[in-house]
Design a protein around this ligand. Structure first.
Ligand SMILES: C[S@@+](CC[C@H](N)C(=O)[O-])C[C@H]1O[C@@H](n2cnc3c(N)ncnc32)[C@H](O)[C@@H]1O
Length: 322
């Protein structure tokens, strides 16, 4: 798709470039905030799977920069934002970056160290594996990433804190909902207006972190497995029988963002400048080391190799004709 064509078909992509966001995903977090007011008074925030960094930019603009610019704020009291990703990302003011894997147990320790032993008020996770297009497979891998996020949450989130995580809607959505409900009395699945209807993506907004009494993070996986087992766990919504029949759990999906605002599934005409042409902006900050970079390099190298093989060298041609 050409640059102008994408700008026309994807209004949030175009707006992200105009407003200085590294990715259109920024609007998803902003629209979740419009509905759930997730940034109110937060001092310690973790952005899991943060690259290229548009959610971290939102956190910086909503929390760090206003506090820094306020005459009343002191250095030691500025909000702390820790961003983690497998990929490196370009710096963002007020954001501490950690290059790491959220499925690794040590990642939680690194975060706590940055918070001087204190726990986080808010954890956001926009993690996504490389999508294969096979919905069941993508949903499964995505749910594993959320469970890795939840594992970190059980180590680093304070009582009463919030967790926002990207999910893929599918046949196991009810299971995931029930697993999250074990830890959060309020769980809402939200679909921001900037997330395309055609995409199976949605966001779990989990409020008021309250792990079960006597909960030991070491036993998280055993507890989560019990949710799916016939005997279930002793929880209001998720006791046995939640999967089928009259007791089946129906999960409300909430559309969020200004519903009369831009529709991510519509094309919008491009604004023309004085000479009647349209000027497409470059992306704000392309990823500095995307996972596909090596693949592109290998492809380029191999296509050169093939060309070299097909093209006889000047030496050999001279020999042949000479
Ligand atoms: C959709 S992008 C996140 C976009 C980001 N929220 C933004 O607004 O710019 C998904 C990210 O998940 C990261 N990711 C996937 N698996 C991960 C893992 N196990 N640990 C850390 N990051 C991971 C990828 O590297 C990728 O950067």
């Amino acid at each position: 798709m050409g640059k102008a064509s994408r700008d026309k078909r994807d209004i949030y992509y175009r707006k992200a470039k105009e407003e200085g966001w590294r990715a259109r995903s920024a609007f998803k977090l902003l629209q979740i905030d419009e509905e759930f007011n997730i940034f109110q008074g937060e001092k310690r925030v973790v952005d899991l799977c943060a690259a290229p960094g548009s959610w971290s930019q939102v956190l910086s603009r909503k929390l760090y920069l206003p506090a820094k610019q306020s005459p009343a704020s002191k250095d030691g009291e500025l909000p702390l934002i820790v961003a983690i990703d497998l990929q490196p990302m370009a710096p963002i003011e007020g954001v501490i970056q950690v290059q790491g894997d959220i499925t690794n147990a040590r990642t939680a320790e690194v975060v706590i160290r940055h918070f001087d032993g204190c726990k986080a008020d808010l954890v956001v996770c926009d993690g996504a594996p490389d999508v294969t297009g096979l919905h069941d497979m993508d949903e499964f891998v995505q749910s594993q990433l959320i469970l890795a996020g939840l594992t970190i949450v059980t180590h680093i989130l304070r009582q009463g804190g919030k967790f926002i995580a990207k999910i893929f809607r599918g046949k196991d959505t009810s299971l995931l909902y029930c697993q999250l409900k074990l830890f959060f009395p309020v769980v809402t699945f939200a679909k921001p207006k900037s997330s395309r209807n055609s995409s199976i993506e949605a966001f779990a907004v989990c409020e008021n972190y309250s792990p079960p009494e006597g909960f030991d993070p070491k036993h998280l996986h055993r507890l989560l497995e019990m949710v799916g087992s016939p005997s279930g766990v002793d929880d209001l919504d998720c006791s046995s029988g939640w999967l089928e029949g009259a007791n089946k759990v129906y999960i409300p999906f909430l559309a969020c963002g200004d519903l009369s605002g831009y529709d991510s599934d519509r094309s919008y005409p491009l604004p023309k400048v004085a000479d009647g042409t349209y000027q497409s902006l470059d992306p704000v900050q392309p990823p500095i080391a995307p996972p596909y970079k090596r693949a592109l390099e290998m492809k380029k190298a191999s296509s050169h190799g093939i060309q070299d093989l097909e093209k006889p060298s000047l030496d050999s041609r001279l020999k042949k004709h000479g």
